[in-house]
Design a binder for this molecule. Structure first.
Ligand code: ADP
Ligand code: MG
Length: 317
């Protein structure tokens, strides 16, 4: 199968391309042509997933695709972006049709759910690597940035933390959600392979006066640390409030609870700050939990002891 028929068959398919979010000319020309509503800006980001580094080489292709797109969309969520379109640069060792069919199905599943169109990409031969560039739109000047947190703001996180790190253990053992007998293990594997990009929450926060946001890809401490650095502030965390799922608590030894939920990466939940005097009624599309406060300090302090919170997130180098 040549490159062009591969693109046509697996990527230029209706589920991926026939949305009407503003791609005037999609796959098939040298560039895509996209329309942006007046008064809005594009927010754009790219993420690369390397086989053996970000996912086990033997992982099911639909889950590899789903997770790669979810991770990219999570960056849009963190900026308060409304999904617009995405680009896929795919490096494949060979044109395996069964694999490609699975990959394209997983990609479509999330693209349809999130309302994004595949507007273009690149296809090359080499070690399995997936790069996804996403773009969304925000009201001009309104992107949710890392640098806006102010002393006194409350710190929140969405969902539960540590689930993906727990699920990774099973993923590395070659397990997939459908084949695992234990419901809790299957649920944690889903949290690893099918993270929920919090797109709705991000857009709601963007409109509701949030002062900063970031998605948690390297663990809460590391990612909150980026907000603190950019905002030139510190934080006090109430470690008792860190939200953990029932499945996580059931399968992970208690000594590891803090470490995995504070430093385990890839949950793709949002960490955000809100002025404490804003009286907001949170929408019910996902759990949000207040976990601390922005203070005048260096780094992150344990509210209970006044001591710095130790632990670090995943770093590639
Ligand atoms: P060029 O050589 O001009 O860069 P390509 O031959 O790489 O163009 O791609 C032809 C068309 O197919 C382009 O519109 C490109 O965006 C699209 N495309 C290539 N690979 C992919 C892919 N993996 N997913 C989606 N679109 C792709
Ligand atoms: Mg060209």
């Amino acid at each position: 199968m040549d490159e062009f028929s591969l693109i046509h068959r697996y990527f230029n398919r209706a589920e991926l391309t026939s949305n009407t979010t503003g791609v005037n000319l999609g796959i098939g020309d040298d560039c895509a042509v996209v329309a942006v509503e007046p008064g809005r800006q594009l927010v754009q980001s790219i993420d690369t997933h390397v086989s053996g580094v970000h996912f086990p080489a033997s992982a099911p292709p639909n889950l590899i695709a789903y997770r790669a797109l979810a991770a990219a969309l999570s960056d849009l969520a963190a900026m308060g972006g409304k999904p617009h379109s995405f680009y896929l640069a795919l490096t494949l060792p060979r044109a395996d049709q069964v694999w490609l069919e699975g990959f394209s199905t997983g990609l479509s599943e999330l693209a349809v759910k999130a309302g994004v169109v595949l507007a273009g990409g690149d296809t090359t031969r080499g070690p399995l690597t997936i790069s996804i560039m996403v773009q969304g739109t925000v009201p001009a000047g309104g992107a949710l940035v890392r640098s806006g947190a102010r002393i006194g703001d409350d710190i929140y996180v969405s969902g539960t933390l540590g689930d993906a790190a727990a699920g990774l253990k099973y993923a590395l053992a070659g397990q997939v959600p459908d084949s695992v007998g234990d419901d809790r293990e299957a649920w944690l594997l889903e949290r690893f392979y099918k993270p929920s990009a919090r797109l709705q929450l991000g857009q709601w926060l963007q409109q509701s006066g949030a002062t900063s946001a970031i998605d948690i890809s390297d663990g809460l401490l590391a990612d909150l640390g980026h907000i603190l650095e950019s905002s030139e502030a510190g934080a006090s965390l109430d470690l008792e409030q860190i939200p953990r799922s029932a499945a996580f608590q059931a399968v992970i030894e208690p000594e590891l609870h803090n470490h995995l939920s504070l430093s385990g990466g890839e949950d793709f939940e949002l960490c955000f700050t809100l002025p404490s005097d804003l009286e907001l009624q949170f929408p019910d599309f996902c759990q949000v939990t207040k976990v601390g406060r922005i203070i005048k300090a260096e780094g992150i302090i344990d509210q209970a002891t006044g001591e710095p919170v130790q632990s670090r997130g995943y770093r590639h180098f």
